[in-house]
Design a protein around this ligand. Structure first.
Ligand code: NAD
Length: 466
C-alpha cells in the first residue's frame, strides 16, 4: 500500500522534506517557476470548488468576496513571483573596503530548506497559499498546517496540494491545537505563523526549543484616528468598508475609532448611510460574511452586552433581517466604552466598532501609545502637520492614510506587525528574503599572499593605522 501524506506521521513527512532539501540545495529557477505554475493551475482549475468550501465553512461568504479577498491577492502575488524570482535569487556583488582589496565580496541568496506555515481561518486561501508560494519561489520545501475552523477548505487544500506536489515538495497536516503544537515543535529551518497573539506566544516558545527562526503575523487593536480636518462622509464609508469586510474578521480591520469630541452624531449618521450603501439589504446581504462559529458569535454579543451594562451607548446598524444567516451579525457602533471593557482590551475581530472621543490630538496619540503596538493605524484628514504628528508619534506594523486596509495590497510595502502584533514582514522582495539565507562570501585574490593584519606588526602597519 502506498502511504499518502495524511497517513504519515508529521515527523516522517518532515524527515522526507529535510532530506530532499539537503540533497538539492541549489534549486534552479526553472523548478521554482514550475512549482509556482502548479500552484497557479490549482487555483485556476479548482477556484470554484475552493470558494464553495470557504462558503460552507463560514455559512455566508460570497464567492465574489473570496474572489477579491483570496484569489485576486494570490493571482497578483503569483504574477509578481513569476516575474521577479529570477532577479531576486541572483547573487549580489557588494563594494569591498580598501583594506580588504583586491578581495571581493558577494551575497549569495539560498533557500533555507524546510519551511513550516501555520495558517488562520479568516482568509483561509490567501494566508496559507500566499506564504507557501513565496517560500517555494525562494526554493524551499513547505509543510502547511491550515486551520481546523475551516474544515472543508483545509481538507480540499490538502487533497489538491497533494495532487499537485510530491510530499517532499509541499505537504499538508490537518488537525487542531494538538497537531498544531506537534507541528510547531518540528525543527523547521523557518516557521511562518499567522494567527492570534496568544497562540503566537506558544508557537514562538515551541520554535525556540529548536532555535527555529519565526515570522509571527499576529493581530491587535488597530485604531482609526479621525482628524478635525476630515470630511466624515468620506471617512465613514472607508472605515465601514475596512471594518465590515469579511464580517469584521480581518487582522488589519479598524478596531476602534478616535473622533474629535462633539462629532459623534455626525459620525453615526455618516456610518449608517455608508453601511446602507455597501450592503443595501443590511446584514442579510450575500457579500456580508457570517461569523465563523457560534462560539465567536457569542463572544462578540457578550462583549457588546458588557459594554452596554457599563454605560456605553450601543447602536445596531442595518439590522433589516430578510432571510439572514444566524451568524450574519449586524454592524454595531459602541460609543464611549470604558477602558476596562473587554471590547477595549481584546482584539474585536467582528463587526463591532467602539467610538471614543478626544479633545486634542495629543490625547488621541497617548490613547494609542497606552496599548500594545497595533498591526495597523489609520489616519484621516487634510491637515498635513497633524498627520505627520501622528505618524511620528506612534509605532504600528503599517499605516494607511485616508483609507483602510490598502497598505497590505501594495506589493512593494513590507507587511507585518511590531511588538505584540508580530515580528518579521513579508510581501514582495521582503517576503522572498524572509525565506532566504543571505550568505556572505568573501573571495580572496590569489595576489594577496599576506595581509597587513598578520603579525609581526611593523612600520607599514603603524603607518596605515595612523
Ligand atoms: P489562532 O491563533 O487561533 O489559530 C491560528 C492557527 O494556529 C490555526 O491553524 C491553529 O490550529 C493553530 N494553533 C492553535 N494552537 C496552536 C499551538 N499550540 N501551536 C501552534 N499552532 C497552533 O488564530 P485564528 O483564530 O485562526 O485567526 C485569527 C487571528 O489571526 C486574529 O488575531 C487575527 O488578527 C490574526 N491574523 C493575523 C494576520 C496577519 O497577517 N497579521 C492575518 C490574519 C489573521
Amino acid at each position: 500500500m502506498t502511504l499518502t501524506p495524511p497517513d504519515l506521521p508529521l515527523r516522517a513527512l518532515f524527515d522526507a522534506q529535510f532530506q530532499a532539501s539537503r540533497a538539492q540545495i541549489d534549486v534552479p529557477l526553472a523548478l521554482r517557476l514550475d512549482r509556482l505554475r502548479r500552484m497557479r493551475a490549482l487555483i485556476d482549475t479548482y477556484g470554484a470548488a475552493l470558494a464553495e468550501a470557504v462558503q460552507a465553512d463560514f455559512g455566508v461568504r460570497s464567492i465574489r468576496l473570496t474572489e477579491v479577498a483570496d484569489f485576486f491577492v494570490l493571482r497578483s502575488l503569483l504574477g509578481d513571483l513569476d516575474r521577479h524570482t529570477g532577479a531576486w535569487m541572483k547573487t549580489r556583488r557588494v563594494r569591498t573596503p580598501i583594506y580588504l582589496q583586491p578581495a571581493s565580496g558577494q551575497i549569495q541568496r539560498q533557500p533555507l530548506g524546510v519551511v513550516g506555515v501555520i495558517g488562520p481561518w479568516n482568509y483561509p486561501l490567501q494566508l496559507t497559499l500566499g506564504p507557501t508560494a513565496t517560500a517555494l519561489a525562494a526554493g524551499n520545501r513547505v509543510m502547511l498546517k491550515p486551520s481546523e475552523l475551516t474544515p472543508h477548505t483545509s481538507a480540499l487544500l490538502a487533497t489538491l496540494l497533494h495532487q499537485a506536489f510530491s510530499a517532499d515538495e509541499v505537504c499538508v497536516a490537518l488537525g487542531g491545537p494538538d497537531v498544531a503544537h506537534e507541528f510547531a515543535s518540528l525543527p523547521f529551518d523557518h516557521l511562518f505563523f499567522t494567527g492570534s497573539t496568544a497562540v503566537g506566544r506558544k508557537v514562538a516558545a515551541a520554535a525556540a526549543a529548536n532555535l527555529t527562526p519565526t515570522t509571527l503575523e499576529l493581530g491587535g487593536k488597530s485604531p482609526c484616528i479621525v482628524d478635525a480636518s476630515a470630511d466624515l462622509d468620506a471617512v465613514a464609508i472607508k472605515i465601514a468598508h475596512g471594518k465590515l469586510l469579511n464580517g469584521g474578521q480581518t487582522c488589519i480591520a479598524p478596531d476602534y475609532v478616535l473622533l474629535p469630541q462633539g462629532r459623534e452624531a455626525e459620525f453615526e449618521r455618516a456610518f449608517v448611510a455608508a453601511v446602507a450603501r455597501l450592503f443595501p439589504c443590511g446584514a442579510a446581504h450575500p457579500d456580508y460574511a457570517s461569523i465563523i462559529s457560534e462560539r465567536h458569535h457569542a463572544r462578540l454579543l457578550a462583549m457588546v452586552k458588557e459594554a452596554q451594562s457599563q454605560g456605553a451607548r450601543v447602536v445596531e446598524v442595518a439590522q433589516r433581517s430578510g432571510s439572514r444567516h444566524e451568524r450574519q451579525m449586524a454592524p454595531v457602533l459602541v460609543f464611549q466604552p470604558p477602558a476596562e471593557a473587554r471590547l477595549m482590551r481584546e482584539e474585536i475581530f467582528g463587526p463591532v466598532l467602539p467610538v471614543l472621543s478626544y479633545t486634542d490630538l495629543g490625547q488621541a496619540i497617548a490613547t494609542v501609545n497606552a496599548g500594545p503596538r497595533p498591526l495597523a493605524l489609520y489616519w484621516f484628514g487634510q491637515d498635513g502637520a497633524a498627520r505627520d504628528r501622528v505618524l511620528r508619534g506612534t509605532v504600528s506594523g503599517g499605516v494607511t492614510v485616508n483609507d483602510t486596509l490598502l497598505h497590505i495590497a501594495h506589493e512593494n510595502l513590507p507587511f507585518g506587525g511590531v511588538g505584540e502584533s508580530g515580528w518579521g514582514a513579508y510581501h514582495g522582495e521582503t517576503g522572498f528574503l524572509r525565506f532566504t539565507q543571505q550568505k556572505p562570501v568573501l573571495v580572496q585574490s590569489r595576489w594577496a599572499a599576506a595581509s597587513l593584519f598578520y603579525p609581526p606588526y611593523g612600520a607599514t602597519f603603524d603607518r596605515v593605522m595612523g
